[in-house]
Design a protein around this ligand. Structure first.
Ligand code: SAM
Length: 261
């Protein structure tokens, strides 16, 4: 009997229809796949049934890593590490399709790391990821809404994001206390070039530090009150951070880079 470790966000997906649906979301036949947190290998089995070329898995839990080795033998390449410490860009020369019923306590950290570390190329073909619903709602939130913020701005910069479905706690064992949502992320062909994505992190952090306050103070902090930027981007500093659309934040990041270069 496996005892789930709360500290590693272990809630295992057991609903066969949902597992099948996830594995069917992308054609992975003869493709390279990376699964984050395979746990007991529930989703892994469905992935392997689709005849991928290679499957890498990253699992932090030593016990699971050993069990996966025994269960799947040489069908898997097991990386027994913390996903936050792995350089996923060098795992494979082929672009990978990433699956993950992510540990919810670090799901935003994983996704932000992947986006902020993106170079000129994409190391993945697509991401098929499960999040806590509340987090997924923030990822896909539109501007002028309460849930819109740093996560929406950073995630939508280079990715087209789609919600596939919501999933109730009884699809998992042990049951989580919250609903979950499944999202897909595909690389955008066109996006606003920001030289160092960490600048997007910086400006969104400063703008959303006080999300109910007017834009004036964070703007002055970042741009020394430079009115040319306001004029160019048609920004009214009496608005709140949630009232600026995605494009304005990406263009602000570019202006911030110009100012510092
Ligand atoms: N994929 C399995 C499923 O759907 O049944 C398990 C998903 S469970 C929500 C999250 C998995 O991620 C667990 O197996 C856990 O051990 C693993 N995990 C947690 N933190 C991790 C980390 N930092 N790096 C790699 N794996 C991690």
């Amino acid at each position: 009997m496996i005892k789930a470790k709360k500290s590693l966000g272990q809630n295992f997906l057991k609903d066969k229809n949902i597992l099948k649906k996830i594995a069917n979301l992308s054609n992975i036949e003869d493709k390279v796949v990376l699964e984050i947190g395979p746990g007991t290998g529930n989703l892994t089995s469905y992935i392997l049934n689709k005849k991928p070329k290679k499957v890498f898995v990253i699992e932090k839990d030593n016990e699971f890593a050993t069990n996966l080795k025994n269960k799947f033998q040489d069908k898997l390449i097991i990386i027994n590490e913390d996903v936050l410490k792995v350089d996923e860009t060098i795992i494979s020369k082929d672009k990978v399709t990433v699956f993950g019923n992510l540990p919810y306590n670090i799901s935003t950290e994983i996704l932000s790391k992947w986006i902020i570390n993106l170079k000129d190329f994409f190391w993945f073909e697509c991401l098929i990821l499960m999040f806590q619903k509340e987090v997924a709602d923030r990822i896909i939130a539109e501007f002028n809404t309460k849930k819109y913020g740093r996560l929406s701005i950073i995630c939508n910069w280079r990715l087209n994001i789609k919600k596939i479905c919501d999933i109730k706690p009884n699809a998992f064992s042990p049951k989580p206390k919250v609903d979950s949502s499944l999202l897909t992320f595909y690389p955008k062909k066109k996006f606003i070039k920001i030289k160092d994505p960490k600048n997007l992190e910086t400006i969104t952090r400063i703008f959303f530090n006080q999300r109910r306050k007017m834009l004036k103070k964070p703007f002055n902090q970042l741009f020394n009150g430079d009115h040319r930027v306001l004029k160019k981007l048609k920004i009214d500093t009496a608005l709140r951070p949630q009232n600026l659309n995605l494009e304005t934040y990406y263009r602000l990041a570019c202006e911030y880079e110009k100012l510092r270069s």
